[in-house]
Design a protein around this ligand. Structure first.
Ligand SMILES: NC(=O)c1ccc[n+]([C@@H]2O[C@H](COP(=O)([O-])OP(=O)(O)OC[C@H]3O[C@@H](n4cnc5c(N)ncnc54)[C@H](OP(=O)(O)O)[C@@H]3O)[C@@H](O)[C@H]2O)c1
Length: 280
């Protein structure tokens, strides 16, 4: 039985991942920034007679991170698996018009949060000579798609950090891995689409709309996102696989990530232009 700490478990992929580990008999600390909304995960766990311990943890607050890690260590003595899942999206918009405060919050949540959590758990994992850290990135950590540039930058930064740490932590028996989901049916997915962030009269609006519609129709099979349980299972399987690797693209868009890695910049641009057919 492993001791597992997961961030962002109030809903979505984090909640399902907590249930998935618990189902497999691990001791799960499901963290969330507002524990007054723990009712959903508690109800779901109760329904399946699963045991889950809820812990307060805001990934943008170092004191909250340290307190949560200390609480888990006091109670369980160890942390074997950390899943950095908590994240926020951007809402489609042009980089030129991005609100800098919002951009900083995206980086605080999607990059500095996981960084500080890793710093908090790594000493213990190094001492015990084992541990696994799962960083939930995105297809946007592989491809910097237009109109989601800030979110993509935060996930690219998380990928770079994870790749460097993969090598740094290897000598100490600690494994880092990256999950790269495509589109999944969660609040984050829809908040990006429902609230386009173009300013009134923006010269980018028309191209932005064309891009959003083309992605939906041509890349996402009619725009239906997958069920997030698939990501929860991919996270669990990536931790317990007997063929470990650094990156795990997940979902029907996984082929796009593979393609991006195989093609040069010019070939990729050409493939995008031909497939989406929206640019003059
Ligand atoms: N859904 C997709 O299509 C998709 C695709 C690729 C990658 N991802 C990644 O998957 C991860 C989970 O997202 P999701 O799709 O499950 O979205 P979601 O349903 O919106 O869940 C996001 C979770 O993150 C939490 N969170 C946000 N800010 C936080 C903070 N400062 N401290 C602690 N928790 C915080 C939210 O808690 P509150 O309830 O307190 O807001 C919520 O529990 C994210 O890293 C996201 O980037 C999602």
């Amino acid at each position: 039985m492993a001791v597992v700490l997961i961030t962002g478990c109030s809903r979505g992929i984090g909640m399902l991942t907590a249930l998935q580990f618990s189902r497999n008999k691990h001791r799960v600390f499901a963290s969330m920034r507002d524990i007054s909304i723990s009712g959903d995960i508690e109800k779901a766990a109760h329904k399946e007679r699963l045991s889950i311990e809820v812990v307060q943890l805001d990934v943008t607050d170092r004191k909250s991170i340290d307190a949560a890690v200390a609480k888990v260590l006091d109670s369980a003595g160890t942390i074997d698996v950390l899943v950095n899942n908590a994240g926020i999206g951007q809402g489609f918009g042009a980089i030129e018009e991005a609100d800098i405060g919002k951009a900083r919050l995206i980086f605080e949540t999607n990059f500095f949060g996981p960084l500080q959590l890793m710093q908090a758990v790594l000493p213990g994992m190094r001492d015990q000579g084992s541990g696994t850290i799962v960083n939930v990135s995105s297809l946007s950590g592989v491809i910097a798609e237009p109109y989601s540039g800030i979110y993509a930058a935060s996930k690219h930064a998380l990928e770079a950090l994870s790749e460097a740490l993969y090598f740094e932590s290897h000598p100490f028996g600690v494994r880092i891995l990256i999950i790269e989901p495509g589109g999944y049916d969660t609040r984050l997915y829809w908040s990006g689409r429902d609230a386009p962030g173009f300013i009134e009269g923006s010269p980018h609006t028309e191209y932005g709309r064309r891009f959003m519609n083309a992605v939906k129709e041509k890349l996402q099979g009619g725009g239906k996102p997958g069920h997030p349980q698939a990501v929860a299972e991919a996270i669990y399987d990536s931790v317990y696989t007997d063929q470990p690797k650094l990156r795990y693209p997940v979902g029907k868009e996984a082929g796009i990530a593979e393609l991006r890695r195989q093609l040069g910049d010019e070939e990729f641009e050409q493939a995008m232009r031909t497939t989406l057919d929206i640019w003059d």
